[in-house]
Design a protein around this ligand. Structure first.
Ligand SMILES: [Fe+2]
Length: 419
C-alpha cells in the first residue's frame, strides 16, 4: 500500500510538473516574443522618424535640386541604420524616390507582398515578416503637414538586429529553464510533505477503525450477554460467513458489511423482553410475533451510525427465506440481499449444531441433512451447496473450537478486511 502511494504520488507530481512546465513555458515563450516584437517595433519607428522631417521639407518645396539633396541625405542615413529599404510617396501614392541598401533588393523580392490596405492609413503601421529566422518589419509612416493633412507617406523595410533577436531568445530560454527548475524543486519539496500528511491521515484512520471495531465488539458482547452469556455464537457465524464470502470472492467492501452484519445480526434482541428472549420452552404465536420484531429493532439501532449502515442487509433480512416464507418482508430469491442469504445458512447451521435452552445440539450429519432439505426453500440453493461442499472443514475448523481460539481467528479476519 505504501509503495502504491509512493508510485501514485510520484506519477501525479511528475504529471503536475509536466503540465505546469508546458503551460507556464508557453506563456514565457509568448511573453518573450511579445517583448521582442515591441522592442523591434519601437526601434523601427525611431529609425523611420529620422526621414520624415527631410521628406516634409522636400514635399513643401519640391524641385530637382531639393530631390538631389534629399536623395543624398537618405542614402547617407540608410547606410547607418537597420532600415534596408525606404520608399517615399506623395499624397497620390506616386513614388518620389527611394533609398536601398546593397543586396536589399533581393531580400525585398523574397518577402511577402502587401496590398494597398495601408496606403490610406493615418497612423504608423508595422507588419512583422520572417524569413530564414530573420525578423523584418514593413513600416508605413504617414507624413502630415503642420495642419495635420496627409501630404505623403513612406514605406520602409526594417531588419531587426541579429544581436537583439539572439539576446531575446537567450533571455527567453533561460527564463524557461528557470521556470521548469522552480516547478521541479517545488514538486520535490512537496513530496515529503504530502507523504508525511498522508501518514498522519493513515494513523488517524487506523485509530478511527480501531474505535469502530472496539464499538462493534462491545455491542456484540452486549447482545451475547443478554442472550446466551457467550460471544461464541457470534464468532462462529461470522467465521462461517467469512468463509462463504471468500468462496464467492466478494469484494472487501461487501466482506466488511458481511462481518459487521454477522457479528451484530441479533442486536435488536436488546429490545425483546427477557420473558420471551430467555424462555426455556417453545414460544407461543404471540411471543414469536414479538420475537420477530428483533430484526426491525436491530435495523433501527444500526441506522444511527453510518459506519454500520452496510450491516443493515444482514440484520434486517437474516430471517427472510429463499421461497418468500420468511420475515419481516417476505422477500424471495435474489430480492434478499446476498449477504443475508449467506448469513442465513451460517446462522441456521450454528443454531442446529449448538445447544439451546429449548433443545440439545444436533450432530453434524443431522444438521447437514436439514440444510440440504431446505436448499431452495429456506436457503439460496447455490449458497447452501457451497456451504455443504466445505461443511466438514468448517465444522472441524470452527464448530469444534473454543472461544479464545475463535476470537483470535476473528481478529485475523478483522485485520484482513478492516486494515
Ligand atoms: Fe435473528
Amino acid at each position: 500500500m505504501i509503495n502504491n502511494l509512493h508510485r501514485w504520488l510520484i506519477f501525479r507530481l511528475v504529471m503536475v510538473w509536466l503540465v505546469l512546465s508546458l503551460v507556464i513555458g508557453a506563456l514565457v515563450q509568448y511573453l518573450g516574443h511579445t517583448r521582442l516584437d515591441d522592442h523591434v517595433i519601437k526601434m523601427a519607428k525611431t529609425e523611420t522618424s529620422k526621414y520624415t522631417s527631410e521628406f516634409i521639407a522636400y514635399l513643401q518645396s519640391p524641385s530637382g535640386s531639393a530631390l538631389s539633396l534629399f536623395n543624398r541625405t537618405t542614402n547617407a542615413l540608410i547606410g547607418k541604420d537597420n532600415l534596408i529599404v525606404v520608399e517615399f510617396y506623395d499624397a497620390t501614392s506616386r513614388k518620389i524616390t527611394e533609398a536601398i541598401k546593397p543586396a536589399a533588393a533581393e531580400i525585398e523580392k523574397r518577402l511577402p507582398k502587401h496590398g494597398s490596405e495601408f496606403i490610406h492609413t493615418e497612423e504608423v503601421v508595422c507588419e512583422k515578416l520572417t524569413m530564414n529566422q530573420d525578423i523584418y518589419l514593413r513600416v508605413f509612416v504617414p507624413v502630415l503637414d503642420g495642419r495635420g493633412a496627409k501630404i505623403g507617406y513612406l514605406e520602409g523595410i526594417y531588419h531587426a538586429p541579429e544581436e537583439i533577436v539572439a539576446q531575446n531568445r537567450s533571455h527567453t530560454l533561460w527564463s524557461l529553464i528557470l521556470v521548469v527548475v522552480i516547478i521541479f524543486v517545488t514538486s520535490l519539496a512537496l513530496y515529503p510533505l504530502i507523504i508525511r500528511l498522508n501518514r498522519r491521515l493513515l494513523d488517524y484512520s487506523h485509530i478511527l477503525a480501531l474505535t469502530n471495531i472496539g464499538m462493534l465488539k462491545v455491542l456484540g458482547s452486549a447482545i451475547a450477554k443478554r442472550d446466551s452469556d457467550t460471544n461464541v455464537h457470534n464468532f462462529r457465524v461470522t467465521l462461517y460467513s467469512v468463509r462463504l464470502g471468500e468462496s464467492l470472492r466478494l469484494p472487501d467492501s461487501a466482506m466488511q458489511g458481511l462481518i459487521k452484519g454477522a457479528f451484530l445480526h441479533d442486536v435488536g434482541k436488546i429490545a425483546i423482553p427477557d420473558a420471551i428472549l430467555l424462555k426455556a420452552g417453545k414460544l407461543t404465536d404471540e411471543e414469536f410475533e414479538t420475537m420477530k420484531n428483533h430484526v426491525g429493532h436491530g435495523g433501527d439501532i444500526l441506522s444511527s451510525y453510518d459506519w454500520l449502515s452496510d450491516a443493515d442487509a444482514v440484520v434486517r433480512c437474516h430471517h427472510e427465506r429463499f421461497d418468500g416464507s420468511g420475515y419481516p418482508a417476505g422477500l424471495r430469491g435474489e430480492e434478499i440481499p446476498l449477504n443475508a442469504r449467506i448469513f442465513a445458512v451460517a446462522d441456521v447451521f450454528d443454531a442446529l449444531t449448538s445447544k439451546r435452552p429449548y433443545k440439545e445440539a444436533f450432530g453434524v450429519e443431522i444438521s447437514v441433512g436439514i440444510i440440504r432439505d431446505n436448499r431452495g426453500s429456506h436457503f439460496d440453493p447455490a449458497i447452501a451447496d457451497l456451504f455443504l461442499e466445505q461443511v466438514e472443514v468448517l465444522y472441524r475448523d470452527i464448530c469444534r473450537e473454543d472461544e479464545p481460539f475463535l476470537h483470535s481467528k476473528l481478529e485475523g479476519c478483522i485485520k484482513r478486511y478492516f486494515r
